[in-house]
Ligand binder design. Structure first.
Ligand code: FES
Ligand code: FES
Length: 195
């Protein structure tokens, strides 16, 4: 009992952890905008988690790099950095994408969603976040943000998936802890919360 409570507290920490870092995001922009020689044509306006964010982006920069290193959205992780593990998954117009394999200059027209944007303004967790907590889905938690985003994409398109459909939706998210069944339990719990 106490072990479960401890684990649940840990998992909540993993799922919440990314929310606090977003507050530091303006530092880079403020310094970039204040420099008179900033390369203006590199300034992009990106729609991220419902907010417009202005950011200086190099032509070869990946979305994962922009989000993590320039906007402080460190919920997504960069592990393989070549489209194989899913740790960097974000949503582009509600479709799951590997942000390490997308150039930031190509996503100006999309609504970009990261794990930081899932919690409601009043602090209410999304169904996927709540489902993962209730099912104690994560082990170490490293892959969790990516799993959350892939599950979110699935449930936005199909709120009542079968377990096999959930398995296919999360197939691009590797988990070195092997917690796959726990994540599937979390997705199915989230689906129940939505019904
Ligand atoms: S870090 Fe992007 S798929 Fe692995
Ligand atoms: S929970 Fe550890 S890598 Fe997935």
């Amino acid at each position: 009992m106490s072990l479960q409570l401890t684990r649940r507290r840990f998992i909540k920490g993993v799922i919440f952890s990314s929310a606090a870092v977003a507050s530091g995001a303006g530092v880079y922009l403020a310094s970039a905008q204040s420099r008179p020689n900033t390369v203006v044509e590199r300034l992009l306006s990106l729609n991220i988690n419902g907010r417009s964010r202005l950011v200086d982006v190099a032509p070869t920069e990946t979305l994962a790099f922009t989000l993590r290193n320039k906007l402080g959205l460190t919920g997504l992780k960069v592990a393989c950095n070549r489209g194989e593990c899913g740790a960097c998954t974000v949503l582009l117009d509600d479709v799951a994408n590997y942000s390490c394999s997308v150039l930031t200059h190509t996503v100006k027209q999309y609504d970009i969603n990261t794990v930081e944007g899932l919690r409601a303004a009043d602090g209410t967790l999304s169904a996927v976040q709540q489902g993962f907590i209730e099912e104690l889905s994560p082990q170490c938690g490293f892959c969790t943000p990516g799993q959350v985003m892939s599950a979110t994409a699935l449930l936005r398109a199909n709120p009542s998936p079968t377990r096999e459909e959930a398995r296919q939706a999360l197939a691009g998210n590797l988990c070195r802890c092997g917690a796959y069944d726990h994540y599937l339990n979390g997705v199915m719990r989230a689906s129940e919360l939505l019904s």
